[in-house]
Design a protein. Structure first.
Length: 225
C-alpha cells in the first residue's frame, strides 16, 4: 500500500494530506486522486485500479481490476454480457383457478454472478410482471384467465423466454373440474350396480328359494321328482 504525504502552507498553518489508497496521489486541489492509468476506484478508500483488457459495453471495471457484467447481465465481462434465457428446473401446478390471484413459484437453474433486475411470466399470450425475482427463482401472481389449457413461460427481459413445454389447466371454480366429474360418475355407477344387485336378489324367485329355509311339512321339487 502506497502512502503519499503532501505538505502545503496556508498562512501560518501546515496541513498534511495522506492518501492511503493504492495507486493514488495528492492532486493540485490537495485531495487524493487516482494515478494516471488507474482511472477506476475510490482514492479515499480501496484505492485506484484498472482492467488490463477492455470491458464489454454492458460491464464495468471493478476492484481490484476485474471486468464484471452489470446487474441484469450474465457473462465473462469482457467478450460477453447478455440477459440469459431462464431454465426451469421445477414445474408449477398443473391446474389453477381461472379467477386469478394464484401464486406461481418457479425454480430456475442459477447463473453465476447474475443478478436480474426484472422477471416476467407468460400464460398463453398474457404477460405479467413477477413480484419477486433472483437468479434461481421467479414468483408471479396469475391474472384472470379464460378457461382452458395454456402454455406457461418465464423471462428476465420480456423478450427471451424459457422453452420448456409446461402447460397449466385453468378451470372455473363455479364448475366442477373434469376430474371431479369423472369421480362423480364412478361413484354413481357403483351405487347403481349395488342397487340393481339388491333388487335382483329380492325379486328373483330362484335366488329367493336359495336364501329361504323350506318350512316343515312342505315338499320340495326335488322330493316330488
Amino acid at each position: 500500500m502506497f502512502i503519499h504525504f503532501f505538505v502545503f502552507s496556508l498562512g501560518d498553518e501546515n496541513i498534511v494530506n495522506i492518501c492511503r489508497g493504492k495507486n493514488t496521489i495528492i492532486g493540485e486541489s490537495g485531495k487524493c486522486e487516482c494515478v494516471s492509468g488507474f482511472e477506476f476506484g475510490d482514492p479515499n478508500n480501496e484505492g485506484c485500479y484498472t482492467c488490463n483488457k477492455a470491458c464489454h459495453e454492458y460491464a464495468s471495471c471493478i476492484f481490484p481490476g476485474e471486468c464484471r457484467c452489470n446487474d441484469g447481465y450474465f457473462g465473462d465481462g469482457e467478450n460477453l454480457c447478455v440477459i440469459p434465457r431462464p431454465i426451469i428446473v421445477n414445474r408449477p401446478p398443473s391446474a389453477l383457478p381461472s379467477s386469478g390471484g394464484s401464486e406461481i413459484s418457479v425454480q430456475l437453474k442459477p447463473f453465476e454472478k447474475f443478478h436480474p433486475k426484472n422477471g416476467f411470466c407468460m400464460v398463453g399470450r398474457v404477460i405479467f410482471r413477477a413480484f419477486f425475482v433472483n437468479s434461481s427463482l421467479i414468483r408471479c401472481i396469475t391474472l384472470k384467465q379464460k378457461e382452458g389449457t395454456k402454455k406457461f413461460s418465464v423471462s428476465f427481459n420480456n423478450e427471451t423466454w424459457s422453452t420448456e413445454s409446461i402447460y397449466i389447466d385453468f378451470y372455473s371454480l363455479s364448475k366442477p373440474r373434469r376430474s371431479q366429474n369423472f369421480g362423480i360418475l364412478v361413484l354413481i355407477s357403483i351405487v347403481v350396480i349395488v342397487c340393481y344387485f339388491l333388487i335382483f336378489i329380492k325379486i328373483n324367485p330362484f335366488t329367493n328359494s336359495l336364501t329361504r329355509r323350506i318350512p316343515k311339512g312342505l315338499v320340495s321339487l326335488d322330493q316330488v321328482q
